[in-house]
Design a protein around this ligand. Structure first.
Ligand code: SF4
Length: 694
């Protein structure tokens, strides 16, 4: 029993881990956080939580936190501790010097889905109005950028269609490329509750995830497809829906572009796209695909939930559009219980995209080339904005290696660990003249930094996060920033030093500016959030209470758009040298590259990443449980301990990537989504062999 004493006060805030966005009461004694109590009135979690949000807070006070700014002239030199004033002046002089020498477009920034909406908004504002270019990108580039492209193309807005409550009315739940039990545990519980009440379940995943068979829940169909074949699978499902007459024709005629639908229906009806024809591609028996398609189309309210197993592919955007097609064809859009729902990995992926942190879009997903949109911001910010889209993250690394991109500000991201093709990323970072890293810890990226600005945790700042159901939740400052400033204040200091007129005294003023410039946020304000607890965008004159379910009556773009989704095999091929396919995922107790959770007691539940290998593949190579295994790909090598399991199919291996020693991105390829450059993390051809250790 641990004596924790009584709290003196508490504040409601929002978990900073996954995109469920659970609300917690942070119970405090003075400046000490005693415990996090799941908040019963939290609309996303209704009093529930998982082991991350409740217990994984130790990183906030961990000894590894860097609390003083540091500078150096070159990344190979030792750090020198300085004041914020010196560090900011040093950084601003470097950035302006680089621009004077190499041009306006030679610097840029990367914002983080871990930061608040207000912080992300400020970073993109500083880039557009202060740097004078659009070289702003977000870590959502490497996870859900295909969701943005796919759903805005088909439905007209870059967001999931439903609130979490909607699952209570679902009759059929289709989960593809997501593992909610580990990745989105609190929502997974709500999903399982509905399944225990009798909803039917289809799981499309190369791995037998927990949902496939767990106490009192068993999937009706598990389609264990080969990694990289989502589009073939989704198009085969659509083939069955169309050729067996299972569409909701009335819905399609009324709500969608009929001519585009007819073209699409002709395309998917081609026998070459039938489940039988693609069986050798997907590896899934055609009869199972047919049965699953019939269940989704005729089983009542059908809801689709998907994750990074859909987006992180060379056809990530195509897969998202294939999902959107399927939902439209069956009329599963625009009411409770149905819909298309991306499960966002990070706490504020939705928000960071909403706030205009892509190089081609201003806040509210409006293209930078639209004169009237630029004029809104130009008149408010008092600058002329560049109408050309800026560099995406991978293009920044390319340009750095080529010598045309020289300065980068990275807020709250360890890009060296989290981006693919580590060798190329490090070459790009090493070629920069000024890399400013703002983070809690001296992360891997900071090895190449010349300026380090200490970051603040979510406990130390006010702001908002937007979760996977578009719910804007308040983040409340429960303790003073240990480093002296919240992240948004540091960005503002840098903007000042660059000569910008930026004078916010509280994040509520930043949100007021978002509301004044962004139609889908027009009704959002801190007083409204105080009153309602949270609100889902669009929230404006037409939807003053927010919008739990989108596309009721009409799609945001007017008519729903069917898009032809031709399956194109990834260029990452297996062969005699690399006969297996590696795919990756997360585990419940850990979070992404583990920078935070590894600095908490949660690490006891997962001390190392393991490589899951099917018994047949292991036996062929003489690999036994917990043996060290060398993993080779065309890009590189790493070593992991083996876990022998039939959760993965023969020919597929799987690992998590929570520990730096795993070096998962040393072996991933540089292939990426054709539309958005989202990396193809989920498919890497590999060979495995017994080894003596790392
Ligand atoms: Fe935090 Fe996600 Fe767990 Fe909720 S489910 S407590 S948001 S990590």
């Amino acid at each position: 029993v641990v004596e924790i004493g009584l709290p003196e006060h508490s504040l409601v805030t929002t978990c900073a881990y996954c995109g469920v966005g659970c609300s917690f009461k942070a119970e405090m004694r003075g400046e000490e956080l005693i415990r996090m109590v799941p908040y019963k009135d939290g609309k996303a979690n209704r009093g529930h939580s998982c082991v991350k949000g409740r217990f994984a807070l130790g990183y906030a006070t961990h000894k590894d936190r860097i609390l003083k700014p540091m500078i150096r002239d070159h990344y190979l030199q030792p750090w020198q501790e300085v004041s914020y004033e010196e560090a900011i002046a040093f950084a601003a002089a470097k950035l302006r010097g680089i621009q004077a020498k190499y041009g306006r477009g030679s610097i840029g920034a990367i914002s983080s889905s871990r930061c608040t909406n207000e912080e992300v908004y400020l970073v993109q504002k500083m880039v557009r109005a202060g740097f004078g270019n659009n070289n702003i990108d977000t870590c959502a580039r490497v996870c859900h950028s295909p969701t943005g492209y796919g759903l805005s193309t088909t439905y007209g807005t870059s967001a999931g269609t439903q609130d979490f409550d909607s699952v209570e009315d679902s009759d059929v739940i289709l989960v593809i490329g997501a593992n909610p039990t580990d990745g989105h545990p609190v929502f997974a519980s709500r999903m399982k509750k509905r399944l225990r009440q009798g909803a039917r379940l289809i799981v499309i995943d190369p791995r037998r995830i927990d949902l496939v068979k767990t106490p009192h829940v068993e999937a009706d169909y598990h389609l264990p497809l080969r990694p990289g074949t989502n589009v073939a699978m989704l198009t085969a499902l659509a083939h069955v829906v169309v050729t067996e007459g299972l569409m909701d024709e009335a819905f399609v005629r009324e709500r969608c572009d009929w001519a585009e639908f007819q073209d699409w229906a002709t395309f998917v009806s081609d026998p070459a796209r039938s489940p039988e024809a693609v069986e050798s591609v997907t590896g899934v028996p055609a009869m199972d695909v047919r049965a699953a398609a019939r269940l989704y189309a005729t089983g009542g309210n059908g809801a689709i939930y998907y994750g990074l197993g859909v987006t992180e592919h060379s056809q990530g955007s195509t897969s998202v559009m294939a999902i959107a097609n399927l939902a439209m064809a069956t009329g599963n859009i625009g009411r409770r219980g149905v819909g298309v729902n991306p499960l966002r990995g990070q706490n504020n992926v939705q928000g960071s995209c909403d706030m205009g942190s892509f190089p081609h879009e201003l806040p509210g997903y409006r293209h930078i080339s639209r004169d009237e949109v630029r004029e809104t911001f130009e008149s408010l910010w008092g600058v002329k904005l560049d109408e050309e889209p800026g560099l995406r993250i991978p293009n920044m690394f390319d340009a750095a290696v080529e010598g045309t991109f020289k300065g980068l500000y990275v807020q709250g991201e360890d890009i060296l660990q989290s981006d693919p093709d580590t060798k190329h990323v490090s070459a790009g970072l090493a070629a920069l003249e000024c890399l400013i890293v703002q983070d809690l810890f001296l992360n891997e990226t900071a090895n190449y930094a010349t300026v380090f600005l200490p970051g603040s945790t979510f406990l130390e700042k006010d702001g908002t996060f937007t979760n996977a159901e578009r719910r804007i939740n308040r983040v409340r400052r429960v303790m003073s920033p240990k480093n002296g400033y919240a992240d948004w204040e540091v960005t503002q200091l840098l903007a000042h030093a660059l000569g910008m007129d930026m004078h916010y005294s509280h994040p509520s003023e930043i949100m007021a500016e978002v509301a004044a410039t962004t139609p889908s946020f027009a009704g959002v304000s801190y007083p409204l959030l105080e009153e309602k607890g949270s609100v889902q965008w669009p929230c404006n004159e037409a939807h003053p209470e927010g919008t739990p379910i989108m596309h009721i009556g009409a799609f945001m773009r007017g008519k729903g758009k069917f898009v032809i989704t031709e399956y194109v095999a990834t260029d990452e091929r297996t062969g005699p040298r690399f006969p297996l396919l590696l795919t990756t995922g997360r585990i419940l107790s850990q979070y992404n590259v583990g920078a935070q959770t590894r600095r908490t007691a949660n690490v006891a539940w997962h001390e190392e990443d393991l490589l899951e290998i099917h018994p047949h593949d292991a036996e062929m190579r003489g690999i036994r449980e917990r043996d060290w295994v060398k993993l080779d790909s065309r890009a590189g090598s790493t070593s992991l301990r083996a876990k022998i399991t039939d959760r993965v199919a023969p020919g597929v291996v799987y690992t998590t990537f929570h520990h730096p020693a795993t070096q998962a991105n040393v072996i991933t390829t540089d292939f990426s989504d054709w539309a958005t450059n989202c990396p193809e993390y989920k498919v890497t051809a590999v060979q495995i062999s017994p080894s003596n250790g790392p």
